[in-house]
Design a binder for this molecule. Structure first.
Ligand SMILES: NC(=O)c1ccc[n+]([C@@H]2O[C@H](COP(=O)([O-])OP(=O)(O)OC[C@H]3O[C@@H](n4cnc5c(N)ncnc54)[C@H](O)[C@@H]3O)[C@@H](O)[C@H]2O)c1
Ligand SMILES: O=P(O)(O)OC[C@H](O)CO
Length: 363
C-alpha cells in the first residue's frame, strides 16, 4: 500500500483484516515507525488500533518487494511524480490499484490513465476502487461496500477477493470510466452541498442539488463512455449520498467553509487533508465543454471558488435555461427512466439473491 494518509492507512487495515500480508509505505520515517511499532497513525486516524500484522516502512523498495497487488492512495495531483519513483521497484506482473478520486489538473486524465501512461503496463493489470468510503467510519469497522473495477474482470475479481473482510464488501464491474468518474464527480456535488449548508439552506435545497447533481454526473460520465448504471451504483449515487451528508467529508467541509463566507485561500489553508474536489472543478468543466455537456451546478461551484458568485445564489440556479426544461433523469430521457428502473431491478435482484447475481456490481 503506497500512501499512509487517512485512506491508505484505512485500506491497509481493510486488507490486513481480510487476511492479506500488507506492507504500508509512508513518506515520513517517523510515521512509518509509529505504524510499525505502535500500530497507530495518530495524525490521520486518531484512536484507531491498526492490525498487529500490518507492517510499515518508509523504504519504497522494501514496500514493493514481491508485491502482487500494489494499492495507491496519494493526492491525485502527486500521482505522476510518485509513479516515477515507484516504477523501478514494481514487479512486472503486479496489479496496480488506484484508490484515488481525482483527475490530473494539467491533463484532465483519470488516475488509471496516468498509471497506464507512466508505468506502461497492460490496462488489464490496472484496477480502481470507489464507493461510499469515508475513511474514519471504516477504520472504526462500520460496514460498507465498494466497487472494484478493471477492464479485466479477472483482475477485478482477484483484487475484490483480497479487498474484503467482515466489515468491507467489494463488488466488481468492468466500467472503469464510470467507476472513476463517479468518485471524481461526487466530490464536486459534495462541495456544492457544503456551500448551501454553509449558507444555511435546508434539506429541500440539498436534495435538489443531489438529484440534479446525479444527472450532471451521469451525463458527463456517459459522454465519456461510462454505463449509466454505474452512476446509479455504489461509485455514483452511493458515494454522492455519503459524501454529501457527512461532516467527515473534506469536500463537504471545504464547501461549508466557502458557504460561510471564507475565501478559497483560507479554506485551502484550513484543510489539512487532501480535498480532491477543489482541484477537479477546472479540468472537469473543460472536459464537459469538449463534449458539449452542460454542468450548471459544477459551473456555479467554479464561480463560488473564483469569488464571482455569492454562495447564497448557487441553489436557485439548478439549470442555466430560462425556459422550463423536462426533468431528465439519470439516463437522460424523462419518458423512459429506464436506467433508474434497471438500477432498482438490480438492487431488488441482489436482495432476492442474498447479495449475489447482479451483472453490473458483481460480488
Ligand atoms: N479519506 C477518505 O475517506 C477517502 C476515501 C476514499 C478515497 N479517498 C481518496 O484517496 C486519495 C488519498 O486521500 P487521503 O484521504 O488518504 O489523503 P490524505 O491527505 O489523508 O493522505 C495523503 C497521503 O499521501 C501522501 N503523499 C505522497 N506523496 C505526496 C505528495 N507529493 N504530496 C502530498 N502528499 C503526498 C501523504 O504523505 C499522505 O500520507 C484521494 O484521492 C481521496 O479522494 C479518500
Ligand atoms: O473526505 P472526502 O470528501 O474526500 O470523501 C471521502 C470519500 O471519497 C467518501 O467516499
Amino acid at each position: 500500500m503506497l500512501g499512509a494518509g487517512s485512506w491508505g492507512t484505512t485500506f491497509a487495515k481493510i486488507l490486513a483484516d481480510g487476511g492479506a500480508d500488507v506492507v504500508l509505505w509512508a513518506r515520513r520515517p517517523e510515521l512509518a515507525r509509529e505504524i510499525q511499532e505502535a500500530k497507530r497513525n495518530s495524525d490521520y486516524l486518531p484512536g484507531v488500533n491498526l492490525p498487529l500484522g500490518l507492517r510499515a516502512t518508509s523504504r519504497l523498495d522494501l514496500a514493493l518487494a514481491g508485491a502482487e497487488q500494489v494499492y495507491i492512495s496519494v493526492p491525485s495531483q502527486s500521482l505522476r511524480e510518485n509513479l516515477a519513483i515507484i516504477a523501478p521497484h514494481l514487479h512486472a506482473q503486479a496489479s496496480v490499484v488506484s484508490l484515488m478520486k481525482g483527475v490530473e489538473k494539467s491533463t484532465g486524465k483519470r488516475m488509471s490513465e496516468v498509471i497506464a501512461e507512466v508505468l506502461r503496463i497492460d490496462p488489464a493489470q490496472i484496477a480502481v476502487i470507489s464507493g461510499p468510503n469515508l475513511a474514519l467510519e471504516i477504520a472504526k469497522e462500520q460496514p460498507t461496500a465498494a466497487v472494484v473495477s478493471s477492464t479485466s474482470l479477472e483482475t477485478a475479481q482477484a483484487v475484490a477477493s483480497v479487498a474484503r473482510n467482515r466489515y468491507f464488501r467489494s463488488f466488481v464491474n468492468t466500467d472503469v470510466i464510470g467507476t472513476e468518474f463517479g468518485g471524481v464527480l461526487k466530490n464536486l456535488i459534495a462541495v456544492a452541498i457544503g456551500i448551501v449548508d454553509g449558507v444555511g439552506y435546508g434539506e429541500n435545497t440539498k436534495a435538489s442539488i443531489i438529484t440534479r447533481g446525479l444527472v450532471e454526473m451521469t451525463d458527463f460520465a456517459v459522454a465519456y463512455g461510462a454505463h449509466p448504471e454505474t452512476l446509479a451504483g455504489l461509485a455514483g449515487l452511493g458515494d454522492l449520498i455519503a459524501t454529501s451528508q457527512s461532516p467527515l467529508s473534506r469536500n463537504n467541509t471545504a464547501g461549508r467553509l466557502l458557504g460561510q463566507g471564507y475565501h478559497l485561500n483560507d479554506v485551502v489553508n484550513q484543510m489539512q487533508q487532501t480535498t480532491e474536489g477543489l482541484a477537479s472543478v477546472g479540468p472537469i468543466l473543460e472536459l464537459a465543454r469538449a463534449m458539449g455537456v452542460d454542468m450548471p451546478i459544477v459551473e456555479q461551484v467554479r464561480q463560488v471558488l473564483a469569488g464571482t458568485l455569492d454562495p447564497k445564489d448557487i441553489a436557485p440556479h439548478l439549470t442555466t435555461d430560462d425556459e422550463p426544461q423536462g426533468e431528465r433523469t439519470i439516463d437522460g430521457q424523462a419518458q423512459s427512466g429506464s436506467a433508474v428502473r434497471r438500477a432498482f431491478q438490480r438492487a431488488f435482484d441482489q436482495l432476492r439473491n442474498g447479495g449475489r447475481g447482479a451483472p453490473g456490481d458483481r460480488p
